[in-house]
Design a protein around this ligand. Sequence first.
Ligand SMILES: C[S@@+](CC[C@H](N)C(=O)[O-])C[C@H]1O[C@@H](n2cnc3c(N)ncnc32)[C@H](O)[C@@H]1O
Length: 601
Amino acid sequence: MTSLQPERLDIDSLDIAGDNRAKLKALFPSVFAETRDEQGELVESIDFEKLKAELGSFSDVFENRRDRYGMDWPGKKDCIKLVQQPATGTLKPCREESVNFDSTENLFIEGDNLEVLKLLQKSYYGKVKMIYIDPPYNTGKEFIYPDHYAETLETYLAYAGLVDDEGKKFSTNTANEGRFHTRWLNMMYPRLYLARNLLREDGCIFISIDDHEVVNLRNICSEIFGEENFVANIVWQKKYSVSNDDPGIAAMHDHILVFQKSSFFKRNLFPRTQKQSTRYKNVDNDERGAWASGEYVSSKSRLERPTLWYSIRHPKTGKEVWPDENAVWRYSKEKHLLMESENRLYWGPDGNYEIPRLKRFLAEIKDGVVPSTWWSFNNFGHNDEGQKETGDLLGKKIFSTPKPLRLLKKIIALASSDSDIVLDFFAGSGATAHATIALNVEDKTNRKFIMVQLPEPCDKKSEALKAGYETITDIGVERVRRAIKNIEAERENQTRESEEIISVLTRPLSQIDLGFKVLKLDRSNFKPWDGSNPDGALLICLENEITRDLIDAIAAADPLQFLCLDKAFNGNDQLKANAVQAFNSLNQSRDKAIPIIFKTV
Ligand SMILES: C[S@@+](CC[C@H](N)C(=O)[O-])C[C@H]1O[C@@H](n2cnc3c(N)ncnc32)[C@H](O)[C@@H]1O
């Protein structure tokens, strides 16, 4: 099993523009050249003329055409700038809200997903197998988090009530701006761009959406992922009946857009359900095992398929059997003789059928069912089912828009397998985390999840607030905690009932990750290193392992700067936080103008 533990939580996020330049350099090293800038300093620059030459006539065509196909909206250019702006926050572990903190690799992160996606870039770049998101649909009623303030982390801290909001306005869409697509696109574009970076080459993203934004969403995804990486627009029947108050033509479905990172994504099969498998029986004790019978005739006429119009011999009566002239045999005479010799024709329990049927053996057919774009509520659940599930776990009306577990389990099963990472950065009630864990228990797998959710305050009059949930993150975290408890209790009961069956059929719960770390976005404790070296002692520690005692001894030496190896913390964020704490308290206690600078390399 690969360790998915982030190696380190970096002070800065990935330099996206720098990363793009590195990719370009790997493809076209010759277009990079050393030049002198205006101050006379040597810098690396790109020779765009050379790049054009490398790309041939393609770039020429683009540059000389005024009219070009593509999507634009006010603020699109700022979206790219926003992506490139480094994150400066950090993810602080919150042990008391976590479950099995020391052993789990699952994460439930509270924070604005833009900042968090940036922070995840270094540790999870190219590691996520599948993403499911269910973003605000832009119906005009939901809250859309504002990114247009210059400092995104500061905006977040003000929003989350961690610093004074200095008059910043955070609100749901008002009637004036609700239906404007611009604000929604400016919110989605940078997040999808960053999300793509996190996907593995064989990874994919599923996005729930309704008719308000499906066209725009598909367009921006085509731009970010490439039109050729569009996989499907699934129609999910979210309701089982029309309500009387539905306006116009009742919308009975949501869309689920699927895009792949690259052509490495394999379209998987849905596992065959128990019900589907029970159709296969072995009424004639065939040594090849269970089978189901299928049509031996086609829908074509003798005129359309003259070669499929021939006679075969009835095994019981010995007579010639001809197909109907409007429904000739399905296979050529040659193939028929082969199938006859292999005993693949079924003439009924007493051998008295007038025409045969074909035996299809369970062991020979593909190990699953090919997915289609039509997902009915019968097989995939519906919105009321999602409501009932959260209601049963947390109490009624605690969260208004949960997706049903059946839908999420099917999506996760289709696009990921054992040990893969599943990401949802609009987590809401944490249904994706719940579905991942439930599926792991059913499938004996160990997929990991990463949830990201804004601490959106619950409405003042809401049932959620009355029940003690202050934010949506509180709801999500509690949901996953209770889901884990229920799974453990259920397994406990089953084990008592039949210990033998459990051990044969299921992976022991101890091998499934039934925990999650809660991390919260906050300001970094680490002071950015500005390269200057104030007078005074610089203490460098190159030990491969740092302990609490060592930290105390170093702090006691009272250095002005302290430098150590990041790997020496062995991924122990708690120990690192303790080190920061130790130096902070020293700074407060010693009455000096220059604080200790603590830096890891
Ligand atoms: C439609 S709900 C998701 C529901 C979820 N699929 C479920 O089944 O419970 C969308 C969620 O995205 C959250 N959200 C909106 N903007 C966000 C942001 N910038 N960062 C993180 N979460 C955000 C909202 O608070 C809301 O809970």
